[in-house]
Design a protein around this ligand. Structure first.
Ligand SMILES: [Zn+2]
Ligand SMILES: [Zn+2]
Length: 342
């Protein structure tokens, strides 16, 4: 009898052993930033928290939905890329649903960088909820994240000095690269991360600007190749981000644009993405209403076809495995596409 019990419980453990991998949910916050990452061992981090004011109710409800769908009742970390309203404005409302234990950001807000209006109140509200739980990150830092790994690649105007993720090769796209002058907005101070789970890699550098992308890409590509890219600045908003020399060197297999109905993913952004060698898929949070059909991805890979305020806020979910394979799902229509290990 004793032996049988042992056998039964052992097999139960096997059945229950989590087959789960790394989950990334690109939450639709109408052209803002809010991406939930959950490691296979259950650690969780929200990267940015959507917009302030009335929008914060909407965004925190969508953050709560993503959290519950991932099987969580709280989120361990909030990582704030920068202090523009569409990235940190929703932090107090998100904290009320996610009860963050720790907060990561690029450091003190410096008014010398041009910012969206209302920065003082937003920053004060953020500092208030983060008090005593705050960590300022530098390029080269790593953040403990269970069996996944988080490398900070940019922060407070600086980028990593040494290559990571197998990077470090001379980048052939630097030779004819478009150069843009140093950016003077808060976006240039963005803290960005490369999140790795064995052979799967995900780059989210918030609204990092063209000049800083060039510093990551040239003369050597410091980031190696990535599996998945969250298209910088909501799909290279107004071409302030999305330097081809970085984009084409890191060669993401799949790109997700967290664009809004009328924000990000303009025609030049769409065209630069199409030039990525061996691109396997582009997914969008929104149909880009100012672009024609040829400059949007196929409808079934777009999470939201309506303009706000009727938008239902559907998400794009990525489930990645240790072998580097991943599945991308549009929660609007449950269309999924697998991307094989390679
Ligand atoms: Zn933004
Ligand atoms: Zn911004």
């Amino acid at each position: 009898m004793k032996t049988l019990c042992f056998v039964l419980s052992a097999s139960l453990v096997l059945v229950q052993a989590p087959a789960r991998g790394l989950r990334i949910t690109v939450i639709d916050v109408e052209g803002g930033g809010a991406t939930l990452v959950v490691s296979p061992s259950g650690q969780s981090m929200l990267i940015d928290s959507g917009s302030p004011g009335d929008a914060a109710k909407r965004d925190s409800a969508r953050i709560a939905d993503a959290m519950h769908a991932a099987g969580l009742s709280k989120i361990d970390y909030l990582f704030t890329t920068h202090y523009d309203g569409d990235h940190v404005g929703g932090a107090p409302a998100a904290n009320a649903v996610a009860h963050f234990d720790r907060f990561f950001d690029h450091g003190e807000m410096d008014p010398k960088w041009e910012q969206n209006r209302g920065i003082e109140e937003r920053y004060a509200a953020y500092v208030e909820i983060a008090k005593g739980k705050r960590t300022i990150v530098k390029p080269g830092d790593t953040i403990p994240f269970g069996d996944a790994r988080i490398d900070v690649v940019a922060s407070n105007g600086a980028v990593i000095s040494k290559a990571i993720n197998g990077g470090g090769q001379t980048n052939p796209f630097c030779k004819d690269a478009d150069i843009k002058p140093p950016n003077t907005t808060e976006n240039s101070q963005t803290a960005g991360v490369l999140i790795s789970y064995r052979r799967f890699t995900f780059l989210d550098v918030g609204d990092l600007t063209w000049d800083k992308e060039m510093a990551l890409a040239c003369p050597t590509n410091k980031l190696g190749r990535v599996s998945l890219l969250l298209a910088t600045h909501h799909g290279f908003f107004n071409d302030q981000s999305g330097a081809g020399a970085l984009l084409w060197a890191i060669q993401p297999r799949v790109v997700i644009a967290n664009n809004g109905p009328r924000k990000g993913l303009g025609v030049p952004a769409f065209e630069r993405i199409q030039k990525i060698n061996n691109l396997e898929g582009l997914w969008q949070s929104h149909l880009a209403l100012a672009s024609d059909k040829d400059h949007n991805t196929s409808d079934d890979m777009i999470a939201n076809l309506d303009a706000s305020p009727d938008c239902q806020g559907h998400a794009i979910v990525v489930d990645a495995k240790a072998d580097g394979s991943f599945l991308v799902t549009n929660t609007r229509n449950n269309v999924s596409k697998p991307y094989r290990a390679r």
